[in-house]
Design a protein around this ligand. Sequence first.
Ligand SMILES: *Cc1c(COP(=O)(O)O)cnc(C)c1O
Length: 399
Amino acid sequence: MAKLNENYLNLKESYLFADIAKRVAKFSEENPDKKIIRLGIGDVTKPLNKTVIENLHLAVDEMSDEKTFKGYGPEQGYDFLRNAIKDYYNRKGINLEVSEIFVSDGAKSDTGNITDLFSVDNIVMIPDPVYPVYVDTNIMNGREIVYIDANKDNDFLPLPDENKKADLIYICSPNNPTGACYNKEQLKMWVDYALKNEAIILFDAAYECFIADDSLPTSIFEIEGARKCAIEFCSLSKTAGFTGTRCGYTIVPKDIVFKSSNGSDMSLNQMWNRRQTTKFNGVPYIIQKGAASVFTEEGMKMSKETIDYYKENARIIANTMEECGINYYGGINSPYIWFECPDNMGSWDFFDKMLNEIAVVGTPGVGFGKNGDGYFRLSSFGNREATIEAMERFKTLFK
Ligand SMILES: *Cc1c(COP(=O)(O)O)cnc(C)c1O
């Protein structure tokens, strides 16, 4: 008889988005005349920029001609894109080898797939609240998880605790959902902890392009010692609107080498290369051509315009929070505003209040972990007029 992976029984069903949809549908049915504004989305809304579209078209045409047609490409990504990513890091003052850069179909797959490289008996440290992929993929593998609390007391930026041991540490900065972003000193504490405990940091930099403050690190590799203990995941999803187009990349430094139980050296870079060449056949040539154009001067300029549009939305939301005297996080270096529900309300109670009284939909913080209860996430990925109107309505809750 086939035996199934019973770790799946330990997964908690996520009802968050289904529950939101159900409540919104009910409200909409009972109030057909009310215009609902959705500020709960974790997806971008602006289309791909002109440079990307042009390059996608050119690549499509190349596929139509025998002389330029491409079949299987390198599993790790085409060199033109790996070099563009290398140059992008170089401009931040980080030197990478091309062979440390692996192009993929996105950071979600890679943050999940990376678990292939680690034994089941590692202890995994995951902040709460956070992007649910880290927790669920480790539960699927049957790994023990220790949670670290991200809360008001630490400004949603938990720091290492010598009494809490872990072998694998997930960090998402700027964070989804809280918008909190570590500074260099704080990340250095995590790197030092990882080096001391021979742990590995899995650093999710999906929102790095939203960092506005030049003093904040946009990559873990800005921190001394990180090349020996950290893997970085990034994505063009939020940077350039690739959520539906699919392209990301993962940096696995060659300096992370561990001793196996029989005393031989094991390199995570070699292991990830082996894993990808075995289980993955690369990102489509067409998509990689579009992705490479994101890193050109023109492409960067256009991405920045879109990001600036979202950031202006974030600023409008943040200003409203200030006006209403609400304690909030994020917004400046992140597309998300994470705020404390007024009057000690629970996340879902506040969700219902916003929906019923002002027809604005957000995301209840408790959906991202227990420390999210009493908090709420609003996203700046909406349209400007809708964001402004939602905030005008929001203010009426406090009059
Ligand atoms: C959106 C997001 C990603 C990006 O995932 P893709 O698979 O590249 O679209 C990764 N991490 C976090 C925390 C995110 O919110």
